[in-house]
Design a protein around this ligand. Structure first.
Ligand code: SF4
Ligand code: SF4
Length: 361
């Protein structure tokens, strides 16, 4: 049964065959990125037009790489020296993403605040965000490192999507989250039907179970105080040196993080004409805070490590009204030093010794 004229927030039902057709159609119109299972977990792979490998019944957690690289490029030309090439790169191809998770969408909302909705509007980011379509999905198999609930998040999207899919018996409950999502439904009315109350109840029961599972697996990391307080009361204690002891300064935690958005500018002329590039940066690296003349306020790794936590859980929320961590757990998965943010935050709360403040001073 087809539907027409849905408003944002409508709840519909779609069978797997309908989703497969929808994704095949999108792959022909835009660059469609879809999670694909690899030996290490889910990677984000481009689906070629006509490819039959789109696998709609995806039941997993977030992908290994964050989605941010689709809009906030790891390396991008931001200025050119010749007038004939100065505007190149500002007309990005439309991107469709299937399978984004709640923590991905929260990370994207943070990048939007910094790169789009503030005084400075990053042109390539803004242009590509306008031309994207996001079909997100409920988490059904959270990873052990997922801790969104410790930060007040949920393992299912509540905002930031065009369509959201939640698997139920025989298909998906589809939530329409934007005018663009509504337009897509309008173009494919035959593939959607109104969701029944039983289907919505089944979705809500599954959501509750997954949320409980994430809460349970993080019970041992729960703190009595907000993370902000645990960090602030330790600004002068030795704990930072101990929790950073296995950090090898690789920066993987920054690169994998959906909210980290620091970049550096470098000039190069790979094919003759000078170009200016922006490149992702890492606040853990020694050169991150270096100023003209070579001085840096954070010469020691422990200072940089502390700053990483201070920025995410103290200064960013004060300046932007939201914590710069979604609890996606990617930084835990990629860290070669086996540093678990949840454990660091718990230690900051439980191991604090007031006398240390005087000692370090
Ligand atoms: S991923 Fe781990 S080892 Fe690498 S910089 Fe981050 S905390 Fe240090
Ligand atoms: S700090 Fe770690 S858990 Fe938080 S959003 Fe970044 S990668 Fe995810």
């Amino acid at each position: 049964m087809g539907v027409a004229g849905e408003q944002c927030g409508d709840v519909l039902f779609m069978e797997p065959g309908g989703l497969r057709d929808l994704l095949r159609g999108l792959a022909g119109e835009s660059a469609l990125l879809s999670p694909t299972r690899t030996e290490h977990g889910f990677d984000l792979i481009r689906v070629e037009p006509g490819e039959a490998a789109v696998d709609p019944p995806w039941n997993g957690a977030r992908t290994i790489p964050p989605l941010k690289g689709l809009w906030f490029r790891p390396a991008a030309v931001v200025a050119r020296s010749t007038p004939e090439t100065s505007g190149a790169g500002l007309d990005p191809a439309p991107i469709a993403v299937y399978g984004a998770r709640a923590c991905d969408l929260q990370g994207l909302a943070i990048l939007d605040r910094v790169l789009r909705d503030h005084v400075f509007r990053e042109p390539v980011y803004c242009a590509s965000r306008e031309r994207n379509l996001i079909i997100s999905g409920d988490c059904t198999e959270p990873a052990e490192s997922c801790f969104c609930t410790l930060l007040g998040g949920l393992p299912h999207p509540t905002a930031g999507f065009d369509l959201n899919l939640a698997p139920v018996s025989g298909g998906y409950v589809v939530e329409v989250g934007s005018a663009r999502g509504r337009a897509l439904v309008g173009q494919h009315t035959g593939r959607f039907a109104p969701a029944s109350s039983e289907q919505v109840e089944e979705r809500d029961r599954a959501r509750q179970q997954v949320e409980e599972r994430v809460r349970r697996q993080n019970e041992r990391f729960a703190t009595r105080e907000p993370f902000e307080r645990a960090i602030e009361k330790n600004l002068k204690t030795r704990i930072w040196g101990e929790v950073a002891a296995t950090c090898v300064e690789c920066g993987a935690c920054n690169l994998a993080c959906p909210t980290c958005h620091c970049f550096q500018l470098q000039d190069a002329a790979p094919s003759g004409a000078p170009l200016r590039f922006s490149l992702w940066d890492s606040c853990i690296s020694a050169g991150h805070a270096r100023m003209a003349g070579g001085g840096t306020p954070r010469l020691q790794l422990t200072e940089r490590f502390k700053n990483h936590y201070y920025h995410k859980f103290v200064s960013f929320p004060r300046n932007w009204g939201v914590t710069a961590c979604t609890g996606c757990g990617r930084c835990i998965d990629v860290c070669p030093g086996r540093i678990d943010k949840r454990s660091v935050l718990l230690q900051l709360e439980t191991r604090w010794i007031p006398s240390e403040v005087a000692e370090v001073e």
